[in-house]
Design a protein around this ligand. Structure first.
Ligand code: SAH
Length: 400
């Protein structure tokens, strides 16, 4: 296909600035719809993006039905976003990961931040778990799968296209094995700790690689400690702590399936005797533990996003405060708390503010020891704040 085969999408005057500055998203109100009406496009269709003077900016795919009307996938005019372009992007993404990870276990492609809007790929050695989240990426599905196969030569590829965000894009929800015999669980190694991740039926892609570096730091705090892992999922923090020498590690989660996997993973690392699980709503479980006068030396609170949309800020930020306060009430004097948030709308300063408010409310003082963010396999596009979302605040909670 030559360049001229793509229809043009034209921006209004000055609306090219953000794009030229590195952003990839085009909102519907930035488009010159009298020249290039959005209704003329199909969801996922590829176009050539131009500024108001008809100068080509690159290639973008469109969804006329979403607030983000188009996403830039390739800059410039030197050729369309072809299969070889995908290969080049995949290799560039791989080079970054190979710089930092000894094992082939990481987020291999992180959407916008790797210049591939709508595409996420997690790697579990030879198993790839893929999420396509936009109509444009869904249109490229076949090329994406074939090029992933060509570049990484995986034994199996699983599509976890069941994220709720697909609905707004007009996409259906499905899970599909597209190569090989995809296993129910996939083995990964992180900081020398082994996990079998629930890639078929677990959360998102089955594992949260974004916390790997923070879990590595966490392991430094764990020796000789009694640990509580709140919202544990399959035990990422709690089992790492046990491997690093915690005396006991308690994992709290609402999901029975996740806690079954905690015990499995504990066995995998020969720490089954140190790892226990408590099933239930974390808010209730923490209350019960307090009533039972249980105490811990090190607690991590790593919940699902309490603020998914900006409008949820108030209730969500209160939830962060409440759960962190409940955690602090279970800490021995001078215990350590790791407070996390994966809500983009909860900036680090706000998370600290809420955690500190919680501490002061119960007459404790918070000493921040260190910060953590998302690992290098989740790079950040500096002009797209949405690509930065993960915070971990390591602190010591003192009684005064
Ligand atoms: N800390 C985990 C990731 C957490 S994912 C890790 O490092 O891998 C969020 C987890 O919170 C899920 O396992 C989900 O089952 C659990 N969850 C969600 N709401 C909950 C609640 N109210 N109480 C307890 N667990 C909850």
């Amino acid at each position: 296909m030559s360049n001229t085969d793509y229809p043009v999408l034209k921006l209004k005057k000055n609306e090219d600035r953000r794009i030229r500055n590195g952003h990839l998203w085009i909102y519907s109100n930035e488009i010159d719809t009298s020249a290039t009406p959005l209704k003329d496009f199909e969801p996922g269709q590829m176009c050539q993006l131009t500024d108001s003077a008809n100068k080509a900016l690159g290639y973008a795919y469109i969804n006329p039905n979403t607030l983000i009307a188009a996403r830039l996938i390739k800059r410039g005019t030197d050729g369309e976003p072809s299969r070889s372009f995908l290969k080049k992007k995949f290799r560039a993404a791989l080079a970054l990961r190979e710089q930092f990870y000894a094992e082939r276990c990481y987020r291999l492609i992180f959407g916008e931040a790797d210049g591939l809007p709508g595409l996420v790929v997690d790697r579990f050695y030879d198993v790839l778990v893929v999420q396509l989240s936009t109509a444009g990426m869904e249109m490229m599905k076949q090329d994406v799968i074939e090029m992933l196969d060509a570049v990484f030569e995986p034994s199996s590829i699983l599509l976890r296209n069941d994220a709720s965000s697909r609905k707004a894009e007009g996409l259906d929800s499905y899970i599909e094995s597209v190569k090989g015999n995809v296993p129910e669980v996939a083995r990964l190694s992180e900081n020398g700790v082994l996990f079998d991740a629930l890639i078929m039926k677990g959360q998102k892609t089955g594992w949260f690689y974004d916390q790997a570096m923070n879990r590595q730091r966490f392991m430094q705090y764990a020796k000789g400690k009694r640990v509580l892992d709140v919202f544990s999922y399959i035990g990422g923090w709690g089992i790492s702590a046990a491997v690093a020498g915690a005396t006991e590690s308690f994992c709290v989660d609402a999901s029975e399936k996740a806690l079954d996997a905690v015990h499995h993973n504990a066995e995998l690392n020969n720490v089954a005797d140190k790892v226990a699980s408590i099933q239930g709503n974390a808010f209730d479980v923490l209350k019960d533990l307090r009533t039972a006068n249980e105490k811990f030396d090190l607690i991590v609170v790593d919940p699902p996003a309490f603020i998914k949309k900006k409008k949820d800020y108030k209730t969500g930020s209160q939830a962060y405060k409440r759960i962190n306060q409940a955690a602090m009430q279970l800490l021995n004097p001078d215990g350590y708390l790791v407070s996390c948030s994966c809500s983009h709308h909860m900036p680090r300063t706000d998370l600290v503010k809420k955690t500190n408010e919680a501490a002061r409310h119960i007459d404790r003082s918070m000493q921040i020891i260190e910060w953590g963010g998302q690992g290098p396999d989740h790079p950040i596009n500096p002009v797209m704040p949405e690509t930065e979302y993960l915070k971990a605040v390591f602190s010591r909670i003192q009684r005064i």
